[in-house]
Design a protein. Structure first.
Length: 222
């Protein structure tokens, strides 16, 4: 329901949001929202339909009726499995271009809020704690150095058999961070009530344990 507890995990690219949020959700038996996937799917849809990435009304229309489904870790767009395709670095860059458009962000609000169901939700993205779930029980902002994040993304791509170039990755990452932070619509920044966790020197599992401990404390004081 709309009152189910929410944990938000925001942060820049490859800070570990997805990995940490997914594992925390699994531990708690909560639902999981990968909000970045919605921006990626909208960008992929625009690309497939030949819609320019700065055509705000047209992209907002695509976002408002996004024909996507999430099924056991698989992402489907118009019934086609696009799980790997949406994770491509080029789609991440395209997603960050359409994510500056206010109408597109508005078009995705209801869909994101609809993920809040019993017994609870873990949501990751850029504005989960600041805009979409301002009343969340626990807000986390993950950070890590640009070097740590670029080498994580590199490893992830190589493990999936996708060729990657470290120099281009660092360049994309810095460009995407800058665009996400500088935009006026829901810029990437920690909510004033978020806990900031730097993951440069810790494992994903340590980050998960931290989040679970902090969440247990909020449950005790509630
Ligand atoms: O969702 P986001 O782009 O923030 O990052 P991710 O795809 O969840 O994580 C990037 C990679 O960093 C994954 O392969 C993680 O296993 C790894 N990692 C991490 O998430 N946290 C650490 N503290 C160390 C490594
Ligand atoms: O996994 P990674 O952190 O690289 O990217 P993502 O979370 O899948 O998000 C892709 C892009 O979508 C980001 O660079 C943002 O520009 C945008 N995004 C956003 O604006 N707001 C969100 N809540 C989630 C993603």
């Amino acid at each position: 329901s709309l009152l189910s507890p929410v944990i938000t995990i925001d942060g820049p690219t490859a800070s570990g949001k997805g990995t940490v949020a997914h594992r925390v959700a699994k531990h708690l038996g909560y639902h999981y929202l990968d909000s970045g996937a919605l921006y990626r799917l909208t960008a992929l849809m625009a690309q497939n339909k030949g819609v320019a990435l700065d055509d705000e009304p047209a992209i907002a229309a695509l976002a408002r009726a996004l024909p996507c489904r999430f099924d056991h870790g698989h992402v489907l767009l118009e019934d086609v499995d696009v799980t790997d395709e949406v994770r491509a670095e080029a789609i991440g860059v395209a997603a960050s271009k359409i994510a500056v458009l206010q109408e597109v962000r508005k078009a995705l609000v209801d869909l994101q809020v609809s993920f809040r169901n019993t017994p609870g939700l873990v949501a990751d993205g850029r504005d989960m704690g600041t805009v979409i779930f301002p009343d969340a029980q626990l807000k986390i902002f993950l950070t890590a150095s640009a070097e740590a994040r670029a080498s994580r993304r590199y490893k992830q791509l190589i493990e999936k058999g996708i060729s990657a170039n470290m120099e281009n990755l660092v360049k994309d990452l810095i460009e995407r961070d800058a665009r996400d932070s500088a935009r006026t619509a829901a810029p990437l920044k920690p909510s004033p009530d978020a806990i900031i966790l730097d993951t440069s020197e810790i494992t994903a599992e340590q980050a998960v344990q931290n989040v679970l401990e902090w969440f247990a404390k909020t449950q005790k004081s509630a």
